[in-house]
Write a protein that binds this ligand. Sequence first.
Ligand SMILES: Cc1cc2nc3c(=O)[nH]c(=O)nc-3n(C[C@H](O)[C@H](O)[C@H](O)COP(=O)(O)OP(=O)(O)OC[C@H]3O[C@@H](n4cnc5c(N)ncnc54)[C@H](O)[C@@H]3O)c2cc1C
Length: 280
Amino acid sequence: MLDMRHMNSIRLDPEKLTVVVGAGATWHDIQNAIHPRFAVKAMQSTDIFTVGGSISVNAHGMDHQAGAVRNSIRSLRVLLADDRIETVSREQNPALFDLIVGGYGLFGIILSAELEVVPNSIYWSERELIATRDLPAKLAKIIADPSIGLMYTHISTAPGSLLDEALIYTYRKTDEGGAERAPLKDVGSVKMRRLTVNLAKRSTAFRSFKWWAEKNLEHRFEACTVTRAQAMKDGEACLVSRNDPMHDSVPYLRNAMKNDTDILQEYFVPASNCCHSSSA
Ligand SMILES: Cc1cc2nc3c(=O)[nH]c(=O)nc-3n(C[C@H](O)[C@H](O)[C@H](O)COP(=O)(O)OP(=O)(O)OC[C@H]3O[C@@H](n4cnc5c(N)ncnc54)[C@H](O)[C@@H]3O)c2cc1C
């Protein structure tokens, strides 16, 4: 068993738009090191994971344009079973690069990575409640719209609307306009969120409450962290910087309940099999 978490150095090169990081660095550490000018290009939707673990599963997240982590890798340093240390990239040792990325640690140990970073853009945070049957058409529109930088969807787990309703969260790029980015903050209301998550596991009434709260309450507490120099127009949407929605360490998912294990399941459904479009 190798614990890589102490190999967590982070070196930003603002000219090359890259970071060279130890494989044990987490996205959370990297965000703290490169905010407010830069942001991670590709990572999971939460920031707790190590770079090595993320490359080993070729993770993907909220930036549907950036795609999987592989697309942000310039090069990797890897330790092989015969003690050699090799640099691998699309150009250098490409066959080994292909095996290491998404290779679950079976082909070598990633020691460090050179990763592309992107500007910490300003986004308008928007959300929309839709019928799940309209999701494929909606996603096609979002993917075709280059101004949408980040996106994710939550589907109802509440009785009554189970899998029928969906909340789509989108982050639309907007002009910088003298924008000032607030320092990064950890997720708030942890105890309340943890209580809601844990009660929802046990009771359908709380699953209904959780979905109701997400539809009606949660957005009112969203931190709009970016202020602009010019006067904000009345009703202007909530502005955040790219690092804000990506800086989520899901502390509310941790709990002290004995004999209780959460299992993450992912289902990859082809759009054609997803659901019946309302226009069909
Ligand atoms: C709450 C939650 C949310 C998630 N969300 C997403 C998501 O949005 N998108 C997504 O794609 N995935 C998601 N995942 C899955 C996640 O990306 C993987 O579980 C990921 O591997 C976790 O990284 P880790 O640092 O914990 O790696 P570990 O669990 O420690 O390791 C994972 C694998 O990588 C190997 N490995 C780790 N470090 C190295 C190294 N330095 N060199 C070589 N091999 C190594 C390990 O041997 C193991 O096979 C989520 C998981 C959870 C629990």
